[in-house]
Design a protein around this ligand. Structure first.
Ligand code: ATP
Ligand code: MG
Length: 569
């Protein structure tokens, strides 16, 4: 990951630089990434995590990983574990600073009591629906709750009893006493605590009241000494409330308050042909549209990892997208570009035929095998070469042969000649069919004068196709992935139901693929380029008893235009 970030192209860096120059926070920089463990991380979260971590590294500061675990109903240990694993894989390092919001429920409770004592919070008996009705609208002010003027003593007593478990869920809440007529709806006496008799994955049954995000988050920033609290744009309207909590924390909790954190919003990452919201991704999993959170078609970090995307490509992508103040949608092609860019100079080339058709070279001596030397990476002698056996029967790609080709089809057809990569040119003489009329094999002849690297035939052979010797072929299963959604903006299509534009061909499985023999030498987890077919990853998660399985990470070229046309028909 490059640390050389141009402050000009990233307004957050520029802002922090200014703060440092102005001597704010005693020259400290401390950031955090605050995921809620209610799902797996997606590539949008990677943006937030890498941004926060990158800032700490760039300015020699600190970075915390903090789980925002304030909602026991949606949160699970499984998600905590997956988030940690995903962030480590991305190269994000929080050293020994792994925190949970729930670690400080005690001190938060104390802060709430002090707000009550200061007349800044009150217990309200209105129901959720009543609170909503009293809140007013964007154009009309709200109305004070009838419980707004309870005395601090009464509020303290009720709040303590809320904590003791004297009341059922929803009976009462603790609210900030700010301003029911504020132009900002978030300041109209927001809820700070609610009653929830639920077992928390870390604190068990110790608590039956839980703090709300808008109270918990800023206060935790203050407790951890976070100098710059970065979050996505949708929190802009919450910033006055963030500041309200921070200001009162500094004033009422001096023994634990570390610093006056400041919130800054940046643009969310959105991508074409993708949905980036845990709620929607959860729906994909729960409704069985995908195999799980780590399905290689998912934009989750675990899905991308399983597909074979290198972590460097994700970091490079985030840097290229940059950090802006307003939302925009990034073309998926840009992400694919970053993946290819990373793998092009690293992935060894191999020949694999995904849908084989047999080619029999009738003038090749029955048992004779020649070895052809091919470069592992073109123009990179350091990457070495390999020997690939060539014999009388080889497989080629079914789509590389056409009986009745259009003009400019520079591959194989009857009476035409094509070069088998690194070997000889062959001419197709006869098409052999099975009983049902399907093409079973192609009879060809080769010309010894056309040997690659020593061609004395004088002919110009236009087409070059990849091949695999039938006698030496390794059978493989290959998963070909396409975008999960056919529409560029799945949320705008399908009458608001993004599942309407799920791509029925997002996974195609080739169970008869054939690879050159040395494909076996690539261990699970290896990334290769299958010539003319794309970059592939040997899936390490499948048991070896299932044979050798490769996932396509990206094709060599994107074919969106084609998808879009199809879906418009
Ligand atoms: P989602 O909308 O996917 O449910 P979330 O915001 O509810 O995401 P959190 O776990 O609260 O999920 O997110 C942790 C952090 O990641 C937040 O600070 C949030 O701003 C940031 N984040 C979430 N989605 C994106 C995105 N698409 N681009 C950039 N940052 C994001
Ligand atoms: Mg959130």
């Amino acid at each position: 990951m490059s640390q050389e970030i141009d402050a000009q192209s990233n307004f957050v860096y520029a802002m922090i630089q200014e703060d440092l120059e102005a001597g704010k926070h005693d020259g400290r920089v401390h950031t955090r990434f605050p995921p809620e463990p209610n799902g797996y991380l997606h590539i949008g979260h990677a943006k937030a995590a890498l941004l926060n971590f990158g800032i700490a590294q760039h300015f020699g500061g600190k970075f915390n990983l903090r789980f925002d675990d304030t909602n026991p109903i949606a949160e699970e240990e499984e998600f905590v574990d997956s988030i940690i694993e995903d962030l480590r894989w991305l190269g994000v390092d929080w050293e020994d600073r792994l925190f949970f919001s729930s670690d400080s429920f005690d001190v938060k409770y104390r802060f709430a009591e002090r707000l009550i004592e200061a007349g800044l919070a009150y217990v309200c008996d209105l129901s959720t629906e009543q609170i909503r009705n009293y809140r007013g609208t964007l154009t009309e002010p709200g109305t004070d709750s009838p419980y707004r003027d309870r005395s601090p003593a009464e509020n303290l007593d009720l709040f303590r009893r809320m904590r003791e478990g004297d009341f059922p869920d929803g009976a009462r809440v603790l609210r900030a006493r700010i301003d029911m007529t504020s132009g900002n709806v978030n300041l109209r006496d927001p809820v700070l605590y609610r009653i929830l008799h639920a077992t928390h994955h870390r604190t068990g049954d110790q608590w039956c009241i839980y703090p709300m995000y808008d109270f918990d988050h800023p206060f935790t920033d203050v407790l951890e000494g976070i100098t710059h609290s970065l979050c996505s744009i949708e929190y802009s309207d919450h910033r006055p409330l963030y500041d309200w909590v921070v200001d009162h924390a500094m004033e009422l909790m001096p023994e634990v308050a570390q610093c006056r954190s400041r919130q800054t919003e940046f643009a969310r990452l959105n991508m074409t042909h993708m949905v980036l919201s845990k709620r929607k991704l959860r729906r994909m999993v729960e409704e069985g549209h995908v195999e799980g959170w780590d399905d290689p078609r998912m934009p989750t970090i675990s899905g991308l990892r399983r597909r074979g995307v290198p972590p460097n490509a994700i970091a490079d992508f985030q840097e290229r997208v940059g950090v802006a103040r307003s939302d925009s949608t990034v073309d998926m092609a840009m992400f694919h570009f970053c993946i290819r860019n990373d793998l092009e100079t690293k992935a060894h080339r191999r020949m694999v035929v995904l849908e084989p058709i047999k080619l029999i070279i009738t003038n090749w001596p029955e048992d004779s095998v020649e070895r052809v030397e091919l470069e592992n990476i073109p123009n990179d002698p350091g990457a070495g070469t390999r020997e690939v056996p060539f014999g009388r029967e080889v497989y080629i790609e079914r789509e590389d042969f056409m009986e009745d080709p259009p003009r400019k089809f520079h591959r194989l057809s009857p009476g035409e000649e094509v070069r088998l990569k690194g070997a000889y040119a062959v001419m197709c003489n006869e098409v052999i069919r099975d009983d049902s009329g399907n093409i079973a094999a192609l009879h060809c002849t080769y010309d010894p004068a056309t040997r690659s690297g020593n061609d004395t035939s004088g002919r110009k052979i236009r087409g070059v196709v990849h091949w695999v010797s039938a006698a030496h072929a390794e059978p493989l299963t290959v998963n070909l992935y396409d975008t999960l959604f056919t529409e560029e903006d799945p949320e705008a299509a399908g009458d608001g139901d993004f599942t309407q534009s799920i791509n029925p061909e997002s996974l195609r499985i080739r169970t008869n693929a054939m690879g050159e023999p040395c494909i076996c030498d690539s261990p699970p987890g290896a990334r290769l380029q299958f010539m003319r077919k794309g970059y592939f990853y040997r899936d390490p998660q499948r048991p070896t008893s299932e044979g050798i399985i490769f996932n396509r990470i990206v094709p060599l070229k994107d074919t969106w235009a084609k998808i879009r046309k199809k879906s418009k028909k």
